[in-house]
Design a protein around this ligand. Structure first.
Ligand code: MF3
Ligand code: CO
Ligand code: CO
Length: 296
């Protein structure tokens, strides 16, 4: 099933166009269980830094801090609290735990956390807006702890959700679960996107195209990109040591978005609700491990 299109001989130039010999390139990614062989290849070919055990432990620790940050936020969320209050909570808790909030000043982002309410898809800038009963709110936290990044987000209900809110939050959570289930060595990046898109569209929802998951760990955003749509069997082969986010943004209506004049806030063009869940995922020898695990 794998590698059907690659008919090259081992000494031929690799059909992927890398300029390497086939045996040193795509052939070896299929046959080498050898992490060291993949390490050089994945960096040369894709700019992907496969993580070593000490990196993984560092990201795992950052992940634990990120999850406790979300727990703190969850305990405080309710009608009347402003998105700026959430920013203060996240900022202070991160600093108090010896970490730095990665969003602050990242490409001129002005705050320490993204807080995205209702029709806001992602990158909401905290401000003096009180949450109200029935809202949904996504909180996306990324601490840098001892140089390591972990990226995680959840969408919360404020007070009592209506049926639309319940639906989009359920579907977005399921989408992350579906994406994660497609992660194992030998599968490809396109398998992740396909699993997500297939489920979301089957539920009558849509998948945002403009923002994607990403390599993470040593930097905020590293190669590769992880689209939340796609085709089975396409894209880079997953190998142990890859660490990337899966963070599907799912709309109740159409997939199209606008960016507000602040140059950050992404909103659904049709004003429909949008929800998102994100985890930082490690490809292991026989599947995956979430470095920011929570129940979905
Ligand atoms: N945390 C977001 C992500 O999941 C990125 C936010 S960039 C920021 O990739 F500058 F807005 F923080
Ligand atoms: Co991310
Ligand atoms: Co994030």
């Amino acid at each position: 099933m794998k590698n059907r299109r690659l008919k090259a001989h081992r000494n031929d130039p690799c059909p992927c166009g890398s300029g390497l010999k086939y045996k040193k390139c795509c052939l070896s990614t299929k046959t080498l269980g050898d992490a060291d062989g993949n390490k050089e290849l994945y960096f040369k070919k894709y700019g992907i830094r496969l993580k070593e055990e000490k990196d993984i432990e560092g990201i795992r620790k950052a992940g634990r801090l990120a999850l406790s940050t979300l727990e703190l936020v969850a305990s405080q969320i309710g009608p009347g609290i402003t998105t700026d209050d959430i920013n203060t909570l996240v900022h202070d808790f991160t600093i108090r735990n010896g970490a730095t909030p990665a969003p602050l000043n990242y490409r001129s982002f002005p705050k320490s956390v993204c807080v995205s309410v209702n029709e806001v898809i992602c990158h909401g800038i905290p401000k003096n807006r009180p949450l109200k009963d029935g809202d949904i709110v996504n909180v996306d936290v990324t601490p840098i702890l001892n140089g390591y990044y972990a990226d995680v987000n959840k969408t919360f209900f404020v007070g009592t959700p209506g049926p639309d809110a319940q639906k989009i939050v359920r579907v977005a959570g399921e989408c992350l679960k579906m994406g994660m289930s497609a992660v194992r060595p030998g599968n490809r990046i396109g398998d992740i996107g396909w699993a997500i898109q297939n489920y979301a569209e089957g539920q009558g929802c849509s998948v945002v195209r403009e923002f994607v998951g990403h390599g993470v760990g040593l930097e905020f955003h590293e190669p590769p990109q992880i689209p939340h749509y796609g085709r089975k069997g396409e894209g880079i082969v997953l190998v142990p040591g890859m660490v990337f986010t899966i963070e599907p943004m799912i709309n109740l209506g159409a997939k199209d978005l606008d960016i507000l004049d602040d140059n950050w806030t992404a909103v659904t063009q049709d004003g429909s609700l949008s929800a998102q869940f994100e985890q930082t995922i490690l490809v292991t020898d026989n599947g995956f491990e979430s470095l920011t695990p929570f129940d979905l």
